[in-house]
Design a protein around this ligand. Structure first.
Ligand code: ATP
Ligand code: MG
Length: 599
């Protein structure tokens, strides 16, 4: 896997933006009316012109937590609305009673807000639930029956499947296709009244059983399901199929550009067919929404399918949906990835119809770039070894000053206490230095960053030969920021924290959850019969927990507050127990990519 070039900061191509601009220039949607809420043609017609130049929507099904792929869709839809004077609706596509839950609704709301997107714009609150349209959907289904565009089929599921045909063979008409309008209406009413068990009847659109597009072979539009719905309870025992519900939701909400992923391309003819029939019947306002497909986000080293994410959680390969290694937005938040980083990443990858696999390094680089700019610098010693300054008075403390951000002097400085015993990194001392080593070894001088130059004099070891303390003397005239500090030139520069003042913390060093770019995919040289399982590609070393010594100001870090720990990378305070202080930290990402080099 090659490390990507760093692309320019200008947004990548986005063909949907071009469509939107052309539609606005042509005034395509300028004459639509908006009732202030979703509605039918007559409800909108009675209201003023729609102040929104376009309407997009993000329509999650509340049956799981959002992942990085959803972030692409959220930023695209809300971004277009913001850029072109439009509105973006958050709509819960909750037409399936069985798999949905309030827990998911809440987490989706949080995630969209966290990404900085809002469905409250210019006095409008565009937060909708598809299940609130059930009345209208059923009425529209009845209209289709009355116009001869739908019928109740009473074949078994197996018969329906058998009669559907194949890609190369046309389907066969159901024996129930010729039912009269009155009979269809009666049966559909009785389906709604709960007279029939699940699976006995189904309402189908009457289109063409010989259509080359299988999706147009009389698709099912309403099914019987005796199930309690999280929003509508037991009001309904028939539920619309997704392919029927979704276009109607879009049209009622005045959506102009209905953006979805490529797998829905083959559904577009039905989307258009359905809305045309309903508009012909005077039920929907024109112009009708236009479905536009783009390629979904695929990223190396992660899986972005709800099914696989559920498996990771349920089989306890991770600690939960918000495990910082999960490519979910709740996971991203605990990992410390920033919403601005998601935006930069989304801008760079652009929007197209070509399926591609994006290098995870591109994602991490976007995060690094944003965090380098935004995150305050702090000092943490991850592998602490004592450094004893033998000529520094015992019990004495003085302040050293370190800039909060080297690129932003206006962010000021903080003081770090300096004293006789410090913590330094184990790797910053070598009893016998390797070639080119510039930090501490007996006889060598190095600078304690923001403090003094010290000369190493030796070390103490335990009975196993392990170094337990390093000794040195300091040069009092070399304090950083004082005149003459540079009088002694040294090559090594190390970070430290005062042992008496340090705050000890647990730090979790995260790495990629999968050790190969395409988890579960076949690889070159695989035997033809070999089937791979993505779980076999889990990286066994994706988490390491250490105890570190941090500069004292980090004791007060708030949850989700992020810092660059100098020389180490970006870290975020995790779930601070407010009473105790002393947060744990999660490593978001290292300063530089180490995977690109290794492979
Ligand atoms: P998954 O396929 O992972 O189970 P989903 O498509 O079933 O996700 P939905 O709740 O239906 O999840 O998705 C809401 C919106 O997010 C849809 O418009 C969908 O097209 C979009 N979306 C889902 N996954 C991706 C992805 N990987 N890249 C871009 N958009 C995505
Ligand atoms: Mg879906």
């Amino acid at each position: 896997m090659s490390s990507p070039n760093h692309p320019a900061a200008t947004p990548a191509a986005n063909f949907i933006r071009n469509i939107v601009e052309a539609d606005i220039a042509a005034g395509k949607h300028a004459q639509r009316h908006w009732a202030g809420q979703p509605g039918t043609a007559s409800e909108h017609a009675a209201a003023p012109l729609d102040p929104a130049k376009l309407r997009t929507r993000f329509p999650p099904e509340p049956n799981g937590y959002l992942h990085f792929g959803h972030a692409k869709s959220i930023l695209l839809n809300f971004g277009l609305a913001a850029q072109y004077g439009g509105r973006c609706h958050l709509r819960f596509d909750d037409t399936n009673p069985e798999k949905e839950d309030q827990e998911y609704v809440d987490s989706i709301i949080d995630a969209v807000k966290w990404l900085g997107c809002s469905w409250e714009q210019d006095g409008e609150t565009n937060l909708y639930y598809a299940s609130n349209y059930f009345d209208r959907m059923a009425a529209f289904a009845e209209y289709l029956i009355s116009a001869g565009h739908a019928y109740v089929d009473s074949q078994s599921a197996e018969e329906m499947r058998a009669n559907r045909g194949t890609l190369t063979q046309p389907g066969t008409d159901s024996p129930f296709r010729g039912r009269s309008i009155a009979e269809n209406m009666d049966l559909f009413k009785r389906m709604q009244a709960g007279e029939f068990p699940d699976g006995t009847h189904i309402l189908r659109a009457r289109i063409d059983m010989a259509s080359p597009n299988i999706n147009l072979r009389d698709p099912a539009i309403y099914r019987i399901r005796h199930a309690t719905h999280h929003n509508t309870g037991d009001t309904w025992c028939v539920y619309p199929m997704y392919t029927f519900a979704h276009p109607i939701e879009d049209a009622l909400e005045n959506i102009t550009h209905s953006i979805c992923t490529l797998e829905f391309e083959a559904q577009r003819p039905f989307y258009d067919w359905l809305l045309e029939r309903l508009a012909e019947g005077g039920l929907l306002q024109r112009p009708l929404p236009q479905q536009i497909e783009f390629s979904r986000l695929n990223l190396t080293y992660v899986v972005l399918s709800k099914r696989k994410l559920i498996q990771l959680v349920e089989e306890k390969h991770v600690s939960g949906w918000d495990d910082p290694r999960m490519p979910t937005l709740v996971g991203a938040r605990r990992r410390g990835y920033s919403p601005e980083g998601f935006r930069l990443f989304a801008d760079r990858i652009g929007v197209s119809k070509n399926d591609s696999l994006i290098d995870y390094v591109l994602f991490e680089d976007a995060m690094r770039e944003v965090m380098n700019e935004s995150d305050l610098r702090r000092v943490a010693v991850l592998d602490p070894v004592k450094l004893i300054i033998d000529n520094y008075p015992e019990g004495q403390t003085e302040d050293c000053f370190a800039p909060n951000h080297p690129l932003h002097p206006e962010l000021g400085q903080r003081s770090m206490p300096f004293s006789r015993e410090l913590w330094i990194e184990g790797e910053d001392f070598m009893e016998v230095p390797s070639k080119g080593y510039r930090r501490l070894f007996p006889g060598n001088m190095a600078r304690l960053r923001y403090g003094y130059v010290v000369e190493c004099t030796g070390c103490d070891k335990d009975e196993n030969g392990k170094v337990v303390a390093v000794h040195c003397n300091y040069l009092p005239e070399t304090k950083s920021g004082t005149p003459g500090a540079d009088s002694v030139k040294v090559k090594g520069n190390l970070h430290w924290v005062s042992a008496a003042h340090a705050c000890e913390a647990e730090i979790r060093l995260y790495d990629r959850l999968f050790k190969v770019p395409a988890p579960g995919a076949r690889r070159e040289g695989d035997a033809p019969e070999l089937e791979r399982d993505f779980l076999d590609d889990i990286n066994p070393d994706s988490i390491r927990t250490i105890r570190a010594q941090l500069e004292p100001s980090l004791r007060d870090a708030r949850a989700e507050e992020r810092f660059q720990f100098e020389r180490h990378g970006y870290f975020v305070a995790d779930r601070v127990d407010s009473a105790a202080g002393n947060p744990d930290f999660n490593r978001t990402v290292t300063l530089k990519d180490s995977w690109g080099k290794a492979s």
